[in-house]
Design a protein around this ligand. Structure first.
Ligand code: C2E
Ligand code: MG
Ligand code: MG
Ligand code: MG
Length: 292
C-alpha cells in the first residue's frame, strides 16, 4: 500500500497506520486476556521507617507477566489499559489482591501497611470510597492499613470534587498520600484544604541529593512543610547510602528505594523480611537483590 493524501493535503491513510492499528488491537486483546486470566501480577516494595529502622509497609506495583516480552512495567501498558476503559476493573483487582495480601501478612503476625497507586480516573468515580470501605471491612483490616497514593493531576482537574471524594475516603480511616510530590501542579491551597496524611517526594529530587545543593534545600523545605502540616514525609527512589543518610539527617520519616530492596513478588518478600529480622537488621541496605 501507499500512503494517500487527501485534497486538503492531509495524510489520510498509510500502511504504517494499518500496522500500528493492528498492533494496538492485538495489544488490547492481550491486555483483556491478561486482566481476566491472571497474567497481571503485583510486586511489593518495602518502605523503611527511618526512626526505627524497621520495614513498616510496602508499595504495591503492578506488572504484566507477558511471556514473550517478559515482565512489563506499568509505563508499558497502563496508558493503553486506561484508553481502553479497563482501568476501573484493574483498580478493583489491585485493591482486592493487595488487601488479601495485607490480610494474610496480618494473620501471619506481621502488620504491614499497603500503599496502592490510584489513577485520577479511578478516584473520580464517586463509588470508590464505599467500595474500598467494603473491601477493607470484608477482611477485618484496620482501615489505616491502606494508603492510597494519588497524584496531583487528580487534585487540579476538579478540586472541589476531589476534596469531597478524599474526605469520604479519609472518613473511612484510609490514609492518603500525594505521590511524586513536587512535580505536578503543586499548590499550597490544596495542602491547606485537603485531608492528607503523607507527602511522597518525587524520586528526581532524591536522585540529585549530594550532587546539587539546591536539592538538599528542596528536601529540607519539604520536610518542614510536611511536618508543619502534621504530615508524614516519605522519599522514594533512594538508591544509595549517601542519599539515605542525607534524608535521615534532614528528618525524612520513611524511605523506599533500591538501596533497601527492589519491588518483588509477595512470596519473595516474606523470605526477605524473615531474613532481615532474623539477622536483627535495621540497616537500610545494600539491597538484597541484583538490578532487575
Ligand atoms: P510510582 O508510584 O511513583 O512508583 C515508584 C516507581 O519507582 C516504581 O516504578 C518503582 O519500581 C520505581 N522505583 C522504586 N525504587 C526505585 C529506585 O531506587 N530507583 C529508581 N530509579 N526507581 C525506583 P514502576 O513499578 O515502573 O511504576 C511506575 C508508575 O506506575 C508508578 O509510579 C505508578 O504511578 C504507576 N503504577 C504502578 N502500579 C500501579 C497500579 O497498580 N495502579 C496505578 N493506577 N498505577 C500504578
Ligand atoms: Mg506510588
Ligand atoms: Mg512516585
Ligand atoms: Mg512516579
Amino acid at each position: 500500500y501507499r500512503a494517500k493524501t487527501s485534497r486538503s493535503g492531509h495524510h489520510v491513510y498509510s500502511a504504517a497506520d494499518d500496522t500500528r492499528g493492528a498492533e494496538r488491537l492485538r495489544d488490547l486483546e492481550e491486555l483483556r486476556i491478561a486482566l481476566t486470566c491472571g497474567h497481571l501480577t503485583l510486586h511489593y516494595q518495602p518502605k523503611l521507617d527511618v526512626a526505627s529502622g524497621l520495614i513498616d509497609g510496602v508499595e504495591v506495583l503492578i506488572r504484566w507477566d507477558h511471556g514473550n516480552r517478559g515482565m512489563l512495567k506499568p509505563g508499558e501498558f497502563l496508558p493503553l489499559l486506561e484508553e481502553a476503559g479497563l482501568m476501573p476493573r484493574m483498580t478493583d483487582w489491585v485493591l482486592e489482591q493487595a488487601l488479601d495480601q495485607a490480610r494474610s501478612w496480618q494473620s501471619g503476625g506481621r502488620s504491614l501497611t499497603v500503599a496502592v497507586n490510584i489513577s485520577a480516573a479511578s478516584l473520580a468515580d464517586d463509588t470508590l470510597p464505599d467500595r474500598v470501605a467494603a473491601m477493607i471491612a470484608a477482611r477485618r483490616l484496620p482501615p489505616a492499613a491502606l494508603t492510597l497514593e494519588i497524584t496531583e493531576d487528580f487534585l487540579v482537574a476538579d478540586p472541589a470534587r476531589a476534596r469531597l471524594i478524599l474526605l469520604r475516603l479519609r472518613q473511612t480511616g484510609i490514609r492518603i498520600s500525594i505521590d511524586d510530590f513536587g512535580t505536578g501542579y503543586s499548590s499550597l491551597a490544596y495542602l491547606r484544604d485537603l485531608p492528607l496524611d503523607e507527602l511522597k517526594l518525587d524520586q528526581s529530587f532524591v536522585a540529585s541529593l549530594g550532587a546539587d545543593p539546591r536539592a538538599t534545600t528542596l528536601v529540607q523545605t519539604t520536610v518542614t512543610l510536611a511536618h508543619g502540616l502534621g504530615l508524614r514525609m516519605v522519599a522514594e527512589g533512594v538508591e544509595n547510602r549517601e542519599a539515605f543518610e542525607e534524608l535521615q539527617r534532614l528528618g525524612c520519616d520513611e524511605v523506599q528505594g533500591y538501596l533497601i530492596a527492589r519491588p518483588m513478588p509477595a512470596a519473595d518478600l516474606t523470605g526477605w523480611l524473615a531474613a532481615r529480622s532474623g539477622a536483627g537488621n535495621t540497616d537500610p541496605g545494600p539491597g538484597s537483590r541484583p538490578p532487575a
